[in-house]
Design a protein around this ligand. Structure first.
Ligand SMILES: Nc1ncnc2c1ncn2[C@@H]1O[C@H](COP(=O)(O)OP(=O)(O)OP(=O)(O)O)[C@@H](O)[C@H]1O
Length: 323
């Protein structure tokens, strides 16, 4: 991977020649996160948290440019305060969604390493990212769901056309079931890999489907009262038990260990060679034994693996780059 960065955050003009496995070492504020953000931006057309352009362009500059040559593709992203222009092999891309077909990208940071202590929305996001990486066409399911949801909400607020609501419910039920089933399927794969990774641990993961929740039984009353559609998969969730103890009772170190194990298990579903996995300072709070288990697994991941840290890590065969 050859990464060229101009006027992006703390990088003035920098070129990085990255091999398949890299450990980026740098002090606080040396630019580790910015480097990973730059890579992610070229592979997804936006930063992980959708940061606006003006915060990405270097202070007092008008524009930023990043080029990335990876897996036989040359991606270029130029941004100014108003827009981003994305090119792939010198051809302009109108939608960044296309990038999902070319690359599988995973970016795990401190926030992701606390997944098990987070709200259900983030757990659904975790599963949806896997689904779309497996098959980018599935984005359409989520788009269709959003449209139907908005339309039904409009009907609920403005009319009392029961027949129309019924027809929306049929379509919404199908879509919700399809999304929940996909989530359950990918979660089962993640569980399998997590169990392989943490050989000695007893880990139980349970998936809850929205359409099987108790709210659905009182659908009519709730919808009449709130004027909002509840036939959707937005109450899907999963719970994790370790040695029969719910994850909410785990220590911070344990939450990190098991959350990272889930992320590593997720990435190891992808055996293709167009994967790029980025890990931003995931080693804090972990004791040596747990860190060793995770680093061992990390070394088995296919494709590009780029890890940042403020200090050396025991990663054999990783090239070291000092910022
Ligand atoms: N738009 C910008 N223009 C110039 N510099 C910026 C811009 N945005 C952020 N920075 C600076 O970039 C520097 C590096 O930030 P970054 O988050 O990449 O550091 P880091 O190496 O990940 O640090 P840490 O180890 O503390 O997480 C910071 O000093 C930050 O203030």
């Amino acid at each position: 991977m050859i990464l060229e960065i101009h006027h992006f955050r703390n990088f003035e003009h920098n070129t990085f020649n990255l091999s398949k496995k890299n450990l980026i070492i740098g002090e606080n504020a040396s630019g580790k996160t910015n480097l990973l953000e730059a890579i992610y931006l070229t592979l997804r057309g936006k930063t992980k948290n959708n940061i606006p352009n003006q915060n990405l362009i270097q202070f007092s500059r008008e524009s930023a440019l990043i080029r990335n040559t990876v897996y036989g593709k040359r991606i270029e992203i130029m941004m100014n305060n108003k827009n981003k222009i994305l090119k792939i092999n010198d051809k302009k891309l109108n939608s960044s969604i296309k990038l999902w077909q070319y690359f599988k990208v995973f970016y795990i940071n401190l926030f992701d390493s606390l997944l098990l202590s987070q709200e259900p929305k983030n757990k659904r996001k975790f599963l949806d990212e896997i689904i779309i990486n497996i098959n980018p066409e599935k984005i359409k399911l989520y788009k269709d769901l959003k449209i139907l949801n908005t339309q039904k909400n409009y009907v609920l607020k403005n009319k009392t056309d029961k027949e129309l609501i019924k027809s929306y419910d049929i379509k919404l039920t199908q879509l919700s079931q399809e999304i929940s089933n996909l989530r359950e399927e990918v979660l089962n794969n993640v569980i399998l890999n997590t169990k392989k990774l943490l050989k000695e641990e007893s880990i139980q993961i349970k998936f809850y489907k929205s359409l099987e929740s108790k709210e659905i039984k009182n659908k009519e009353i709730i919808e009449a009262k709130t004027k909002r559609n509840i036939i959707n998969p937005s109450r899907d969730n999963f719970s994790v038990k370790i040695r029969n103890i719910d994850s909410s009772f785990l220590s911070t170190g344990e939450i990190k260990k098991f959350s990272l194990a889930l992320h590593l298990a997720k990435i190891s579903i992808f055996k293709e060679h167009n994967c790029v996995s980025l890990f931003d300072e995931i080693n804090s709070f972990l004791d040596k034994a747990n860190l060793d288990i995770l680093l061992k697994w990390l070394q088995k991941i296919d494709g590009y693996v780029i890890v940042t840290s403020t200090s050396e890590l025991d990663l054999e065969n990783f090239d070291k780059i000092f910022l």
